[in-house]
Design a protein around this ligand. Structure first.
Ligand code: WT7
Length: 661
């Protein structure tokens, strides 16, 4: 791990060259939700009571009696005794407050169709669909899997589940049939909402076929509901135990479904994510803590007001979409934009066209997208009037100062603060970032930990490092949005996140997110990247073991090592080094089978950039694969010392092959 940190440091030096800082524009500060820097001190002094400010943004059916319950740490509980319903907080209360006709969701399909749901419309459809789910047998605490692309029925299904107290488990639509089955089996999920297909770069993709293939691998009976997204473009047959979404909604139109009062600690949803081992982890988020935290950070960091039109370009299949397309923005009663397609369809100005047409106030995206925009050039944003924008945000991976400045200048016209937000699936919401109405911005550095968040950088022994030194990011106090456990696996929850730096005997618990970082004299954190075997491809998390096991599953493959290599647009890309079984030929056909194997097992996001055939992998004398050397080869870095290897001669040979292919 230490070596990973060293390497990341070298990259950092390049990132922070000619460090410039930026003050939040006056025009922004004048109207910001949070402008008083004393909030940092206040949250520290009044911790954990400070988090009542987050809970106060919601309406509770039953007030909580304890803010933080730490008896069973690290199985912390937040707002215990409280009861609430997430769909009530995202819908009914706004309608009751007179916002029935305010747009809740503005959706744009890839081909240009638009649909607007007011808060009133959304509530009606959520109630109808909730009634349908109940009719089909869904009960409180049943996990409902949602396998859908960016169509309005996805947030509608999420809110319908929340309304009746059924946790949802959203599986990213780009994931494979096998990935769907693994997640449904793991969560014992007997209900699935899916769709026939959707558009990608103008083509109609068949999603139902993939769903059916996945369902054949689920080891229990499943009731499914299919949204007809494509109409005549793609005919589909419902099949056994399957229902049409529109039919169900029509049948239940006008239904009134009381929101179920959920205990603050009741599960709101599961979200599967990748870790070091091959098996995805089912991260459990709760109703009270998660919703409070997503809403609070949407208010304090994204500066969302009900009058705003807000757009986060992430996919709802990831945590960013859960917290910052659906739950946070809707809990605040704002208008949230959803876009089905890609940024370059039909042209490379599609995003800026959306910003202009909808007069978007706040825009939140990923560095990988910004790098693509930068490469395409300023002419695309320059075609559009982006003057409605007030705040910009990024998430998913480090943003280098060059991309930061491009975003600041060409998208924000030097008038919008940028929030670079560090967080994870597990944290539920943002953890380290500037408060846009308070803090100076330093491109390349995410900023200080948010008020009430006790993030510290430590060395391998757990001691805090000096400013400027690289170390490991830790969080030393719990926070409301934290994951509560891994589904059905408390042991793995402890071993993955708490074992490294906690002192169990002293009952002192330290959360380890598996990122390297450094801190400067002003307390600003610069995140260096993962220190475990997870690669970050375009802001998406992939476990190298997951990819390796997919490759080894291809017949004729003997062994595989997968690492991340630097990539201009994706940040990191998948590099696979493969040893074939004796007698197998390293042909293009074999390479294709390997790539297909990975896409089938995980999805196109895991598609290897390069498959390198090699007779051996570089191994230490004790037989451990030297992954770092493989990473250096993939990134085209200078190769370090190979003298500790059992087979040093193989390194040059592999490096040669990477160039050749
Ligand atoms: C990992 C979490 C949070 C939603 C999207 C990804 C990396 C995330 C930043 C940032 C540097 C970042 C970390 C983290 N990451 N945001 N602003 N600067 N790195 O969620 O799939 O759970 O991945 O993404 O490495 O651990 P995720």
């Amino acid at each position: 791990m230490a070596e990973e940190i060293e390497e990341a440091e070298v990259e950092l030096e390049a990132r922070l060259e000619d460090q410039e800082t930026f003050e939040p524009p006056e025009s922004f500060v004048e109207q910001a939700n949070v402008t008083d820097e004393s909030i940092y001190e206040e949250f520290e002094e009044e911790w954990p009571q400070c988090w009542e400010q987050a809970a106060d943004l919601l309406e509770w059916d039953e007030p909580y009696d304890t803010v933080l319950e730490d008896e069973e740490a690290p199985f912390y509980e937040w707002f215990t005794g409280g009861e609430l319903n997430a769909s009530y907080n995202c819908l009914d209360r706004h309608v009751e407050d007179g916002a029935k006709n305010r747009a809740a969701i503005k959706w744009e399909g890839e081909l240009g169709e638009t649909r607007t749901y007011t808060y009133g419309d959304l509530l009606n459809e959520v109630e109808a669909f909730a009634a349908a789910l109940r009719d089909l047998g869904v009960e409180e605490d049943d996990v409902v899997t949602l396998y859908m692309p960016m169509i309005p029925e996805l947030p509608i299904a999420m809110l319908a589940c929340a309304r009746i107290g059924a946790p949802h488990s959203v599986v990213f639509a780009g994931f494979s049939a096998e990935a769907l089955a693994t997640r449904m089996n793991s969560a014992d999920s007997e209900y699935l909402v899916t769709c026939d297909g959707y558009y990608r770069r103008g083509d109609a993709l068949n999603h139902k076929e993939k769903t059916d293939k996945g369902l054949r691998q689920v080891d229990h009976d499943v009731t499914s509901i299919v949204v007809d997204r494509l109409g005549d473009e793609l005919t589909h047959f419902l099949g056994e135990n399957a229902y049409d979404y529109d039919d169900l909604v029509t049948e239940h139109e006008g239904a009134s479904v009381e929101p179920v009062s959920r205990d603050a600690e009741d599960m709101l949803f599961l979200m599967y994510t990748s870790g070091t081992t091959g098996k995805p982890k089912g991260v459990k988020h709760t109703t009270g803590g998660y919703l409070s935290y997503a809403t609070w950070t949407s208010h304090a960091v994204l500066d969302i007001e009900p009058e705003d039109t807000y757009w986060c370009s992430a996919d709802i299949g990831w945590i960013t979409g859960h917290s910052y397309i659906v739950y946070g923005p809707l809990a605040l009663g704002t208008t949230t934009v959803m876009y089905e397609g890609t940024p370059d369809y039909p042209e490379r100005d599609r995003f800026w066209e959306i910003v202009e047409n909808h007069r978007v106030d706040i825009f939140y995206t990923a560095p990988t997208a910004i790098r693509a925009f930068m490469k395409w050039g300023a002419e695309y944003p320059e075609r559009h009037d982006l003057s409605s924008l007030r705040l910009l945000g990024t998430v998913g991976e480090p943003i280098n100062p060059r991309a930061w400045k491009w975003y600041y200048k060409y998208i924000g016209n030097e008038e919008c603060p940028i929030v670079d937000t560090w967080w994870q699936t597990e944290t539920g919401g943002m953890m380290v970032t500037t408060l846009p109405g308070v803090c100076t911005m330093k491109p390349g550095s995410a900023g200080p930990p948010l008020p009430g968040v006790d993030a510290r950088i430590v060395d391998a022994a757990g001691e805090e490092v000096e400013p400027g030194e690289a170390g490991y990011l830790t969080v030393q106090k719990p926070w409301p949005g934290m994951l509560r456990t891994l589904y059905d696996n408390d042991e793995r929850f402890i071993s993955e996140y708490w074992q490294e730096y906690s002192d169990e005997d002293a009952d002192e618990w330290v959360y380890f997110p598996e990122d390297g970082a450094k801190i400067d004299g002003d307390g600003y954190v610069t995140v260096l990247g993962r220190v475990d075997d997870v690669i970050n491809v375009s802001g998406h998390r992939l476990g190298t073991m997951e990819v390796e096991s997919a490759i080894v599953g291809v017949s004729g493959v003997a062994e595989a090592a997968v690492v991340g290599g630097d990539h201009d647009l994706k940040g990191e890309a998948v590099y696979a080094y493969v040893i074939l079984e004796d007698g197998q030929e390293p042909t293009d056909a074999m390479r294709e089978r390997i790539v297909d194997g990975v896409v089938d097992a995980i999805g196109p996001i895991a598609r290897p950039e390069e498959v390198v055939f090699t007779p051996e992998l570089p191994k230490t004398r004790s037989g451990k694969i030297m992954r770092r050397l493989l990473e250096d080869i993939a990134s085209g870095n200078e190769l370090g010392n190979t003298s500790t290897l059992r087979n040093p001669e193989i390194v040059d040979e592999i490096a040669q092959r990477v160039g050749d292919d």
